[in-house]
Design a protein around this ligand. Structure first.
Ligand code: AMP
Length: 212
């Protein structure tokens, strides 16, 4: 199986890149998306997950790993992208137990102020995860999904204070993970590619495809 990991702060365009790669036969697993689906359930776990998502905090590994394990059990894809996982060093260490041995790591690099500007205008179609933006990618009809016509939502965690909290968590954890993966790169077990995520979606996609 080919397995790639896409790492980047919230709003760096990971979802858009996954959507492009899906058209080339890659399947995406987004832990954020799995958690948002879980949060929509009216049960104890759903409520606990929702409360954490709303503050921008990381969800405990036990819930993330459980959802991921269940999802992977239904996946028999040969080309898989992980979006938003692993997010901590402990999740990095859980990967082999889940049967996940990544070949390539892509890191989306982008300044925090650009992220804030991007996320404050973002709209999402909750069922598919399709993303729109007031400035960069407005829907054809304001507030409605282009394909289904369903209403678009703002994510509860796309508010400036929560975005800052999510960025702080990202910067803290990403350094640890990159330190760990740098050793693997030195031993030629993993290829790490840094992408300039301030570029257009097309340019990032082209750069990414060149390294697949
Ligand atoms: P994302 O859609 O990747 O921006 O994730 C949205 C939110 O889901 C994050 O701010 C976290 O609260 C939670 N989340 C997503 N992936 C993970 C993960 N691997 N570990 C813990 N929490 C996660």
């Amino acid at each position: 199986m080919s397995l790639i990991m896409l790492l980047g702060p919230p709003g760096s365009g990971k979802g858009e890149q996954c959507a492009r790669l899906a058209k080339l036969g890659w399947e995406t697993v987004s832990t954020g998306q799995l958690l948002r689906q879980a949060a929509a359930s009216d049960n104890e776990v759903g409520r606990a997950v929702k409360a954490l998502l709303n503050t921008g905090s990381l969800v405990p590994d036990e819930h993330v790993l459980q959802l991921l394990r269940e999802h992977l059990a239904q996946t028999h894809h040969k080309k898989l992208i992980l979006d938003g996982f692993p997010r901590t060093l402990s999740q990095v260490h859980s990967m082999s137990a889940l049967g996940l041995m990544p070949n390539k790591l892509f890191v989306m690099v982008i300044p925090d102020d650009v992220i804030l500007q991007r996320l404050c205008g973002r709209w999402v179609e909750p069922k598919s995860g399709r993303v729109y933006h007031d400035l960069y990618h407005p829907p054809r009809v304001p507030g409605l999904d282009d394909l289904t016509g369903d209403p678009l939502h703002r994510r509860d965690d796309d508010h400036p204070d929560i975005i800052r909290a999510r960025l702080a968590i990202y910067h803290k954890t990403v350094e640890e993970m990159l330190g760990f993966y740098a050793h693997h790169q030195q031993r030629h077990e993993l290829l790490i590619t840094y992408l300039d995520a301030t570029d257009s979606i097309d340019s990032v996609h082209t750069a990414l495809c060149a390294m697949l």
